[in-house]
Design a protein around this ligand. Structure first.
Ligand SMILES: *[C@@H]1O[C@H](CO)[C@@H](O)[C@H](O)[C@H]1NC(C)=O
Ligand SMILES: *[C@@H]1O[C@H](CO)[C@@H](O)[C@H](O)[C@H]1NC(C)=O
Ligand SMILES: *[C@@H]1O[C@H](CO)[C@@H](O)[C@H](O)[C@H]1NC(C)=O
Ligand SMILES: *[C@@H]1O[C@H](CO)[C@@H](O)[C@H](O)[C@H]1NC(C)=O
Ligand SMILES: *[C@@H]1O[C@H](CO)[C@@H](O)[C@H](O)[C@H]1NC(C)=O
Length: 276
């Protein structure tokens, strides 16, 4: 009983000083990565923030965020599809404003009125909802989508702007959604557990007067442990100005990302995930 309680405390993100913005995803929330290994450092931006996404005192997934471009590099999560009521209010990350703020994601209103942040310091630290107004043709595209989560709290936890990028509206509601909902269901048919890393390659255009980068590509990758204990992996990539999704092997996607990020060889998963 005591041990159970201790495990619960360790798993919760309100545990003494354990916030959302951390120094290492691998140390604080390794559970969202196959064998506890996050992608290697070759996609990391110059101004990174590592976020163990915390909501209602639980970790739900992990995000690497670029605080200059104000979009995530990737979000990593375990695939648990479901159909759950969605609450469309978008939250922000208080600890990007001030590391001493509470670890739970919360609304902009809460961060300003209850925590006392200035609206300048909030806007300076991350994207806010206003950045996505007057952005015709772009949605707040989830990297960890609500459709891949099966309970109310984890679905609500996907509605945070540190998990969102400006995504072509036709792609978001078209082929990308088809991939997230249908192709993922097909591909994971014999999987016991599926780990996903989904991300965005920065582009040359911005929303909101240069505040929020519009990615040139959106990509997703998965590695699953099959019921017979073999491993299976795959990837997809989409240009962010077309309604088209290309299906690739994991190795091909990593090759694409190595080429697109130009910082060295990209590895998305532990070496046990097959590349071909
Ligand atoms: C969510 O999905 C996981 C894994 O598929 C399953 O173990 C769990 O029971 C599901 N929870 C709900 C509420 O459906
Ligand atoms: C939706 O989210 C907002 C902000 O987190 C919250 O105040 C509200 O109660 C939620 N509504 C529902 C129906 O869950
Ligand atoms: C999923 O599989 C079914 C049957 O195997 C197939 O008809 C369908 O086109 C597939 N859908 C996707 C999105 O891959
Ligand atoms: C989004 O994609 C569609 C193609 O499906 C294209 O016609 C449209 O111009 C794109 N919008 C933007 C803002 O790039
Ligand atoms: C991604 O990789 C595939 C297969 O190697 C290749 O055909 C395609 O051109 C690459 N795309 C990009 C954007 O690098």
């Amino acid at each position: 009983m005591l041990l159970l309680l201790l495990l619960q405390v360790l798993a919760s993100c309100l545990w003494l000083g354990h916030g959302e913005v951390v120094t290492s995803l691998q140390n604080t929330c390794p559970q969202f990565f196959f064998n506890g290994i996050p992608p290697n450092a070759n996609m990391a931006p110059q101004t990174p923030a590592w976020i163990c996404q915390c909501y209602e005192n639980q970790y739900h997934y992990a995000t690497l965020y670029d605080t200059s471009l104000r979009i995530p590099v990737y979000s990593a999560y375990i695939y648990q599809p479901g159909r759950v009521h969605r609450n469309d209010s978008w939250l922000v990350e208080p600890q990007l404003v001030n590391p001493s703020f509470p670890g739970d994601m919360n609304s902009e209103k809460y961060v300003i009125r209850k925590l006392g942040a200035s609206s300048f310091s909030l806007r300076n630290s991350q994207a806010v909802n206003k950045d996505y107004e007057n952005a015709p043709g772009y949605h707040r595209g989830h990297l960890n989508p609500c459709s891949n989560n099966n309970n109310t709290i984890s679905v609500a936890a996907t509605f945070t702007l540190t998990n969102a990028v400006p995504q072509n509206q036709s792609l978001n509601t078209g082929k990308w959604r088809r991939y997230e909902v249908h192709t993922m269901r097909n591909m994971t048919k014999n999987c016991d557990i599926t780990y996903v890393v989904a991300g965005a390659v920065p582009g040359n255009n911005y929303l909101a007067n240069g505040r929020v980068n519009i990615p040139s590509y959106i990509w997703s990758s998965a590695c699953c442990k099959l019921k017979n204990n073999n491993m299976k992996a795959w990837g997809v990539i989409a240009e962010n100005n077309k309604n088209e999704v290309k299906e690739l092997t994991l190795g091909e996607l990593e090759g694409n990302l190595t080429h697109l990020y130009r910082r060295g060889s990209v590895s998305l998963f532990h070496s046990a995930c097959p590349r071909n």
